[in-house]
Ligand binder design. Structure first.
Ligand code: ATP
Length: 258
């Protein structure tokens, strides 16, 4: 674990028209760690992640990356820094195979022709690096994959580009028990490989199974950002439902790094 956050947000404010959704949000993300982002429906998790990914411009606040203040105006800006977001819909094309999906929109070319051999080799190397053995062939069409395999492909696609921060929006939401376990193992492996991983989840078992830190949003405010080992399930549930925990001695508010 490292003390220096790779991504640091301070004072983030975001409104949609007259409705303010994020209020003075602080959020730190560390390399080599899984940071769970939790909060009730409508707490602002997706909005915060879309601000991180450059989809929503925020109205005020500071975005720091690798110790420098940055301006992120588009998903392209975020991707250029190494920030990738895997949204719940996964944005995979059913009629294409795994390699084609992993390079969709960022195909490698040799002159005017697609460089299929290089793409296939890079895709295979990435999946191997993540110890993914659940897919039979990388030339398999995505339509034939299970939910867990699809999630795996979407995650592999995100890490293919030397990404440094990967945000996963509810990666186990639609999965059964065995597939959930596989995806959680993969999430942990990403962090163990040095990536900073942000995991949005409503499932406290998943959160405590893989997370190093937990950030709880309540009505658009960061109620607390704590080390997972410092809190109990019920304290996190309390933070999610009421924005505070009875035992405040264990809670570090305002996103400050404990
Ligand atoms: N594009 C938008 N325009 C207007 N309001 C929005 C927009 N996107 C989100 N909101 C509002 O912002 C608030 C936070 O929504 P957000 O989707 O960020 O919450 P969430 O924590 O991700 O919830 P969930 O767990 O249900 O996905 C909600 O009240 C939502 O209605």
């Amino acid at each position: 674990m490292t003390a220096t956050p790779i991504l640091r947000l301070r004072g983030i404010e975001k409104s949609f028209g007259p409705v303010q959704v994020l209020h003075d949000v602080a959020f730190d993300v560390h390399p080599g760690e899984v940071t769970a982002l939790v909060g009730d429906n409508g707490a602002g998790k997706s909005t915060l992640v879309k601000c991180i990914g450059g989809i929503h411009p925020f109205d005020g606040g500071e975005y720091w990356f690798e110790g420098e203040r940055v301006q992120v105006h588009s998903p392209r800006d975020a991707a250029a820094m190494g920030v990738e977001i895997v949204y719940q819909d996964l944005a995979l094309c059913d009629n294409l195979d795994i390699v084609q999906n992993m390079f969709l929109g960022r195909e490698k070319r040799r002159g005017l022709v697609l460089d299929d051999a290089t793409m296939e080799e890079m895709a295979a190397r990435t999946l191997e690096g993540l110890s993914v053995r659940t897919v039979k062939s990388i030339r398999q069409q995505v339509s034939s994959l299970s939910g867990g395999q699809r999630q795996t492909v979407a995650i592999a696609k995100a890490v293919l580009w030397n990404s440094k921060v990967v945000v996963l929006d509810e990666p186990t939401a639609a999965l059964g028990v065995a597939q959930t376990a596989q995806v959680l193992e993969l999430v942990r492996r990403l962090a163990d490989n040095g990536l900073a991983v942000v995991l949005i989840s409503h499932n406290m078992n998943d959160v405590f199974a893989v997370s190093d830190r937990i950030a709880a949003l309540y009505l658009g405010r960061m109620a607390a950002q704590v080390k997972a080992s410092d809190v109990t399930h019920s304290q996190i549930v309390e933070l999610i439902t009421s924005g505070r925990s009875g035992d405040l001695g264990l809670v570090h508010t305002n996103g400050a790094t404990p």
